[in-house]
Design a protein around this ligand. Structure first.
Ligand SMILES: Cc1ncc(COP(=O)(O)O)c(C=O)c1O
Length: 392
């Protein structure tokens, strides 16, 4: 057995990577006199689209807003069915209900944690209008198979790319040359943060125009500019829209984060490579599986414990990590377990067997650019120590 020494300081599950560059740009924004949606938001949209090689990017106050607006802009509404994965944060499914449609869940591929294209196919009915695949943890969905199915059935694809900034499918960044839309999250824990925030990306001019209207109170084009010189007080409300826009203080952070995304990603990838290498040596821990077609963004590092080899379950494993001063999370409690969904649709355990099995085993370990070598070494040692102590 290896010697394990408990550290005194707690390693938090996540810490945002904020430098003087972001702080300086926020101060400049505050001093500029333009703190609501304005020039920095427009610049962030342009820079983000150009980074991905996408035609349009619409900045919003969350990924949830972007997912909602994506469905609105695609005309999804009452009576429609939208297929998504149970292994996601609730907002992916909630926004389907917000447009009046019915969420229909398709089980995941156990290997990747992403929606299984074969299961999508099984759930299609004459009412199906769209698919919302989630690039779970920064792993990527099998997009060729999903778009092939979607094209055959005339379905709109709204990719939930909350975790997928810098993920690649067959060499191309998620968001590059999109047929549908991709929605990104800039929440505090994400690979790029603006505190809270999101972005809807599309190559479709019509979706872009509609999204701007839906996200901006339903106001006619460029109404944010009405207080500037040359702006006009006249505007129309052409849809009963939402107050979903990003504003310049957020965009100031986003611009500087985007400029540093390469170095932040390098750091994530280095830690993930260490985890992959070290956990491969521990039989009671399964590492994330990265298919040949994928480049992982390493937003999350999700291990699965192998309960058959242990005397403890996942919940106790988490308690043991906590006792060793390591913060963790679980991504996700399946949406179909939530009372809002069981009450409405009557879901029960066993409906999505791969999701059940995945959920019972997962633990998200700390992975962020400011995590030190010493901290990541300690996390590996702690996992090894728990496995050694509780091995059957
Ligand atoms: C898969 C997924 N989709 C959507 C969201 C919603 O993102 P936001 O908090 O920016 O609305 C999250 C949030 O973490 C998420 O994990």
């Amino acid at each position: 057995m290896s010697e394990f020494k408990k550290r005194d300081e707690f390693i938090p599950y996540n810490k945002p990577d904020i430098t003087d560059a972001e702080i300086g740009e926020v101060v400049k924004t505050l001093e500029s006199g333009w703190v609501a949606k304005g020039p920095r938001t427009v610049e962030f949209e342009k820079e983000f689209a150009s980074h991905l090689g996408a035609k349009h990017a619409v900045a919003m106050n969350s990924c949830t807003a972007a997912l909602h607006v994506s469905l609105l802009a695609a005309g999804i509404s009452k009576g429609d069915e939208v297929i998504t994965s149970p292994m996601t944060f609730a907002s992916t499914a909630n926004t389907i209900i917000h447009v009046g449609a019915t969420p229909v869940f398709a089980d995941i591929d156990y290997k990747t944690g992403c929606i299984d294209p074969t299961e999508i196919e099984k759930k299609i009915t004459p009412k199906t209008k769209a698919v919302v695949p989630i690039h779970y943890s920064g792993e990527v969905c099998d997009l060729d198979r999903i778009y092939e199915t979607a094209d055959r059935h005339g379905l709109f694809v709204s990719e939930d790319a909350a975790h997928a900034l810098e993920s690649r499918y067959k060499g191309r960044l998620i968001g590059n040359r999109l047929k549908g839309t991709a929605s990104y999250s800039f929440y505090a824990t994400k690979n790029l943060t603006t505190g809270e925030g999101g972005m809807l990306v599309t190559d479709d001019d019509g979706i872009d125009a509609k999204a701007r209207i839906w996200a901006g109170q339903g106001m006619s084009k460029n109404a944010w500019n009405r207080y500037a010189k040359g702006g006009t007080w006249r505007y129309d409300i052409c849809e009963p829209g939402f107050k979903y826009n990003m504003f310049d203080i957020q965009a100031a952070i986003g611009l500087k984060q985007l400029a540093r995304i390469g170095s932040m990603q390098e750091r994530r990838a280095r830690i993930a490579a260490k985890y992959q290498r070290e956990f491969a040596k521990i039989d009671a821990v399964e590492q994330p599986f990265v298919p040949d077609y994928a480049k992982h963004s390493w937003h999350l590092y999700v291990i699965r414990i192998v309960p058959e080899l242990l005397t403890i379950n996942r919940d106790t494993f988490i308690e043991e990590l906590n006792a060793r001063n390591i913060g963790t999370s679980v991504h996700f409690i399946p949406v179909t377990y939530m009372s809002a969904y069981t009450k409405r649709y009557g879901f029960k355990k066993g409906d999505f067997p791969n999701t059940d099995k995945h959920f019972e085993r997962i633990i998200s370990l700390p992975l962020y650019p400011t995590l030190t070598e010493e901290e990541s070494d300690y996390i590996v040692a702690a996992v090894r120590d728990i496995v050694e102590k509780f091995h059957k």
